[in-house]
Design a protein around this ligand. Structure first.
Ligand code: GLN
Length: 373
């Protein structure tokens, strides 16, 4: 909460800095960052200031140039359509919580959203059924297993998993309300469209390709039904899940979706609320715990950013209260996460001071924070 409040204060500071005055905001006295701006050789994060538009664009450009020729990793091929996507596709977009968009590279080409969809279906279920339903029926713990592990189901009879591994995700999809498949699908599609601020479409070739090869996911759905987590229609849930994974997104769409989370559930471009504020901390917690499969701990250790990857090559990350970022680059590492996307987001966030755990202690030292006196 306080980091969000501070970032709002920071944005305000940027506006009043023009007048070069000392400003009292809610009892916090802040100096405009004029001294820091002069020290242009230090990164924004080192300077401890709010990044300017030029700082943000510079950070995006630098990451793009640095990684565009990196050839590590390999497209996913267990879904045949994904193997055909151009591995050189590389797009980066960052959208601030107040709706400024920064981009570099390919912003037009759509890839399938894949597992990043799990974030937004979870948002739907949190909004409709609340936290307790997720914690009880699926869990919010890391499994330490690959995202499509059946062992992880067997170990705890389908409990104590999370909504970002396939058993939890297919179960979450089964929890979306609706009288029939088409009503459930509309509810999911409307949710994604609200986060993205435009009508997304299903990439039919990806859907057909995965539907023809998703025997393992159908087995996972059947097991979750057998253990009582899915109440009925496991095949229908798996089919709708396959469809949600095939929604086409470009880097800008994904960044807006991430920025909507960074902006506490309000899409910063359309200004529409798509998720109540009370659900944001839980959503971010699951992203932090399980967003990059079994490499989630390493990612969090390095960046501190709640994030989510998909085997289509997308990766989103959120600096709460500040910005959402997305990178699309299809070649993946062993854990199934985009190689260039991880490197680019880690660099950009480091340059912009995006790690929410790297809190300045200045306020405490100055006696400005703490319980009310
Ligand atoms: N549709 C994919 C699957 O179920 C999503 C996986 C992913 O992106 N990790 O296998």
């Amino acid at each position: 909460m306080s980091s969000i409040r501070n970032s709002r204060v920071s944005r305000l500071v940027r506006r009043v800095a023009v007048a070069s005055i000392l400003t009292g905001l809610g009892g916090v006295v802040v100096a405009p960052p004029t001294a820091a701006i002069a020290q242009s050789t230090r990164t924004v994060a080192q300077q401890g200031t709010t990044p300017s538009a030029a700082d943000i664009q510079r950070a995006l450009n630098a990451a793009y140039e640095k990684y565009k020729t990196l050839q590590e990793g390999k497209n996913a091929d267990y879904i045949p359509a994904l193997a055909k996507v151009d591995p050189n596709l590389f797009g980066i977009a960052l959208v601030t919580a107040d709706g400024q968009a920064y981009t570099v590279g390919d912003l037009k080409t759509e890839v399938s959203i894949q597992s990043i969809s799990k974030v937004f279906t979870l948002a739907r279920v949190l909004q409709d059924s609340g936290e307790a339903a997720i914690v009880k029926n699926i869990g919010v713990d890391a499994t330490g297993q690959p995202f499509n592990s059946i062992v992880a189901i067997e170990q705890k009879k389908g409990f104590e998993q999370n909504p970002f591994v396939n058993p939890g995700a297919i179960t979450a999809t089964s929890m979306v309300g609706g009288a029939n498949a088409s009503e459930i699908w509309s509810r999911i599609a409307d949710t994604y469209n609200g986060f993205a601020g435009r009508n997304l479409r299903v990439l039919e070739d990806v859907y057909q390709s995965e539907a023809a090869t998703n025997q393992r996911n159908r087995a996972i759905g059947a097991l979750m039904l057998a253990y009582g987590h899915i109440s009925a229609n496991a095949d229908q849930a798996t089919d709708i899940y396959t469809r949600q994974c095939s929604v086409g997104v470009n880097a800008r769409d994904l960044a807006i979706m991430a920025a909507t989370i960074a902006n506490n559930g309000v899409n910063p471009l359309t200004k529409m609320r798509v998720l109540d504020t009370q659900h944001i901390p839980g959503l971010l917690a699951v992203m932090a715990t399980a967003g990059l499969y079994d490499d989630s701990g390493q990612w969090l250790f390095k960046t501190g950013l709640p994030a989510k990857s998909g085997v289509g090559g997308g990766l989103i990350a959120v600096s709460p209260g500040n910005w959402g970022i997305a990178v699309i680059s299809p070649p993946l590492d062993e854990a199934g996460n985009s190689v260039r996307a991880q490197r680019a987001i880690a660099d950009i966030s480091a340059a912009l001071g995006g790690n929410p755990y790297a809190v300045s202690r200045t306020g405490v030292a100055a006696g400005q924070l703490g319980p009310p006196k």
